[in-house]
Write a protein that binds this ligand. Structure first.
Ligand code: FE2
Length: 375
């Protein structure tokens, strides 16, 4: 099997799970107050809403922050001995919820659980003076979950239980726009199981596949399949480790996250040079490829609108497919554990994921793994 870019077949069936995009990504973190400060300061998110003891939520504090169509929720437990605290003890800071916007959360739960999805949350109606939000949810890989969010009858800041969060400290935005895709790392030989899960339970399709020939370096390998919903608003690549001479980055993740989980969230921008310059100035650390990567870049990808020099200076990667090109860069892990990181991506026609950059990128990751003694 080699790379297959399957042109999305016209979906003749009615979509049983219509998705309007990513509603929010919720992270369970050791200190939500400080994490919110980090994402505001470093990434340019804006204060949106808060839930905690002051709003009647007794067991946790949650900070919702927003930038354009991107909403993050940072949640921390207030005491030990509960599922949130246990999650953080086991996994460290990480993604708990990949929430998907739906027109009908009750129907989303019925359709997915009747196809084998395991219930995380039965349909739950939350109300306050701004209207109602209906939530439901199912489990996915590891301890990660999908929450379906129906908010068409809600006009408040985020959702009932939260109150608007107004702050004096409001750093400027950095041009991040929306979630492009979220990647899951799963265990040995588990990729196809989760591909089937997304096909059967959520009605997604496998639009792209990479095997260990595509994604390997001298030392390690991984395999990946990209799952997409019908309208392409929600894309979940699934990685599993493959045999190599040394430990792959997926294995390192699985060891330090102590299980399967979200490896990276890709954040879209309309101007990657401006966004990455701002992020770097605010302290976000990026992976670096050798400057030789740029020596024959234009021979490989052809004409691009951007000047080469700022791309080279910032370490931004470029790849082309049949439909156009994309620019991308990856942060270092944003925790001390080598687990979750972010991708910043600007698409100029390309709908793929940067296959031409895999080798340079994975070698950059392996140089860092080596420094951690984990290669
Ligand atoms: Fe990615």
């Amino acid at each position: 099997m080699s790379k297959t870019l399957t042109a999305a077949a016209p979906n003749t069936q009615t979509d049983f799970l219509p998705l309007e995009g990513t509603d929010y990504v919720e992270f369970y973190v050791g200190n939500a107050k400080q994490a919110a400060h980090f994402y505001k300061t470093a990434f340019g998110f804006q204060s949106l809403a808060y839930a905690g003891p002051e709003t009647g939520v007794k067991d946790r504090a949650s900070y919702a922050i927003r930038q354009n169509k991107l909403t993050f929720v940072l949640t921390t437990p207030l005491r030990a001995g509960n599922p949130i605290a246990d999650h953080i003890y086991k996994h460290g800071d990480g993604v708990k919820v990949l929430a998907l916007r739906v027109p009908d959360a009750t129907k989303a739960w019925q359709e997915t659980t009747s196809r084998g999805g395991k219930t995380y949350m039965e349909p739950t109606r939350l109300t306050d003076e701004f209207g109602e939000v209906v939530l439901s949810g199912i489990h996915t890989y590891g301890e990660t979950v999908h929450v379906f969010v129906e908010r068409k009858n809600y006009t408040g800041a985020f959702m009932p239980g939260f109150k608007e969060w107004k702050t004096v400290y409001n750093p400027t935005e950095t041009g991040l726009q929306y979630v492009d895709h979220c990647v899951g790392n799963v265990g040995w030989n588990q990729m196809n199981k989760w591909v089937s899960f997304y096909e059967e339970v959520l009605g997604f399709r496998n639009i792209l596949s990479f095997d260990d020939k595509d994604i390997s370096t001298e030392y390690s390998a991984l395999m990946s399949k990209v799952m997409s919903n019908g309208n392409g608003f929600v894309k979940f690549p699934i990685n599993e480790p493959a045999e190599g001479r040394k430990k792959s980055q997926v294995e390192e993740y699985l060891e330090f996250y102590d299980g399967e989980g979200c490896q990276h969230v890709a954040l879209a921008t309309n101007n990657i040079v401006e966004t990455v310059s701002a992020l770097r100035d605010r302290g976000v650390e990026f992976l670096k490829v050798p400057t030789t990567y740029y020596d024959d870049l234009l021979d490989r990808v052809g004409h691009i609108d951007e000047d080469l020099e700022p791309l080279k200076e910032l370490g931004i990667l470029v790849d082309r497919d049949d439909e156009g090109y994309l620019l991308q860069i990856f942060t270092r892990p944003v925790e001390d554990r080598p687990t979750l990181f972010f991708e910043i991506i600007q698409r100029k026609g390309a709908k793929s994921f940067g296959k031409g950059n895999f080798k340079a990128l994975f070698e950059a990751i392996e140089r860092e793994q080596e420094l951690r003694g984990n290669l």
